[in-house]
Design a protein around this ligand. Structure first.
Ligand code: SF4
Length: 309
C-alpha cells in the first residue's frame, strides 16, 4: 500500500470519495461505469486549477531558470503562465481528458479537466478572470521576494516535484515536495507553495513528512551526497502562501519527529482497518462510509453518482 498525507486526509474527510478515487476509478474503457468515475476523479475546482498553474510555472519555468543561473524576467514569467492558462482552458472546454487513448503523462502542460464544466454554475467567466488575477498576484509575490530568491541562488542544486518514498510498517510512504534546495555548506531546505485565499491553516504534518521522506527515502543518486551527515532535525522547512504573501518556517524538533512517526503509524493503521491495502476486487463500496459533513460534498466531483446510488 502507498500512503501519502493527501490521500489520508481525503480518506478522513470522506471514505466513499477515497474509495471511488483510489480503488474504483479506472481509465480502461472495459468498464464504462468505472471509466466515468475516473473522468469525474480528474476534475479540479477552479481554486485547485489556479494553484496547479502557479505550481507548474514555478516548477517548470522559474526554478529551472534559476538552476541554470539564467536571468528571470517578470514579463516572461507572466507570459509563460498566461500560455498555460490558455492551453488548460481550451483543454478543459474540449474535455480533452476524455480523448480515447490519451496518455496523461504526455499532456501535463495542458491537462486540466474542470469541475465547473461538468457542474456548470453560470459564472465560469468571472471565476476564471478572478483565478487569473490571483495567479498573477501569486507569481508577483514570488518574484518580488528578493530574500527567497537570493537564498535560492546560493543553492547548488534545486529540484522540483520529486517523488520521495520510503518503507515503514509494510507500507510505502510517499511525499512530493514542491521544491528542495541543496546547499554546499548548509542543510537542505524544503519549500511548499500554497495558493489559498486564507493562510490560517498550518501544514506542519505535511512538511514534517517531507523532511522524513528526504532523509529516509530510497536512493536518489543526484542528491545523495547533499544529504549525507544530516538528520531530520537539520532539515529546514518553509511554506510560502503565495496569494497572501506569507512565509511560515517550521523547525523540526525531536518531539516533532516522534509525533510525525506516530501520526503516520496511526494513519496506516486506520487504512488497514478498513482493508484499504486490499485490491479493488476484494472490497465493497458499502464498507466506505459517506461523509457526515455535507459541506464536503459541495465541490466533490462524485456528487452526481453519489446521489444516484
Ligand atoms: S458526494 Fe459527498 S458523500 Fe459522496 S463521495 Fe463526495 S464527499 Fe463523499
Amino acid at each position: 500500500m502507498i500512503w501519502s498525507i493527501s490521500s489520508f486526509k481525503e480518506f478522513q474527510k470522506c471514505e466513499r470519495k477515497w474509495f471511488l478515487d483510489k480503488k474504483f476509478s479506472s481509465r480502461s474503457p472495459k468498464n464504462i461505469y468505472r471509466q466515468e468515475v475516473y473522468f469525474l476523479s480528474q476534475l479540479e475546482t477552479i481554486d485547485a486549477w489556479r494553484g496547479q498553474i502557479v505550481d507548474y510555472t514555478l516548477s517548470k519555468y522559474v526554478i529551472p531558470k534559476m538552476q541554470k543561473r539564467q536571468t528571470l524576467s517578470y514579463d516572461a514569467v507572466i507570459d509563460y503562465a498566461k500560455k498555460i492558462t490558455k492551453a488548460r482552458y481550451e483543454f478543459a472546454i474540449a474535455e480533452g481528458h476524455k480523448e480515447p487513448n490519451l496518455k496523461k503523462t504526455e499532456h501535463y502542460y495542458e491537462y486540466a479537466p474542470l469541475y465547473d464544466i461538468k457542474y456548470p454554475s453560470g459564472d465560469l467567466k468571472p471565476k476564471l478572470r478572478k483565478a487569473w488575477d490571483e495567479i498573477v498576484v501569486s507569481l508577483t509575490n514570488f518574484y518580488n521576494n528578493q530574500g527567497l530568491i537570493a537564498d535560492l541562488k546560493k543553492a547548488n542544486y534545486l529540484i522540483t516535484q520529486r517523488t520521495l518514498q520510503y518503507d515503514s510498517h509494510d507500507t510505502t510512504i510517499r511525499g512530493v515536495p514542491d521544491l528542495i534546495a541543496f546547499y554546499p555548506d548548509a542543510p537542505p531546505h524544503i519549500y511548499d507553495w500554497k495558493v489559498h485565499s486564507s493562510d490560517t491553516k498550518t501544514y506542519t504534518e505535511q512538511l514534517l513528512i517531507y523532511a522524513q521522506s528526504l532523509i529516509t527515502c530510497w536512493s536518489h543518486s543526484d542528491f545523495e551526497e547533499y544529504i549525507k551527515g544530516y538528520k531530520m532535525t537539520d532539515i529546514r522547512l518553509s511554506e510560502f502562501q503565495l496569494l497572501t504573501n506569507k512565509i511560515r518556517n517550521y523547525s523540526v524538533t525531536e518531539d516533532y519527529v516522534e509525533r510525525i512517526n506516530d501520526y503516520i503509524a496511526g494513519g496506516i493503521e486506520k487504512l488497514i482497518l478498513k482493508n484499504c491495502h486490499k485490491k479493488f476486487e476484494e472490497l465493497s463500496i458499502d464498507n466506505f462510509e459517506k461523509t457526515p459533513n455535507l459541506d464536503n460534498c459541495r465541490s466533490c466531483p462524485f456528487k452526481k453518482i453519489c446521489k444516484e446510488d
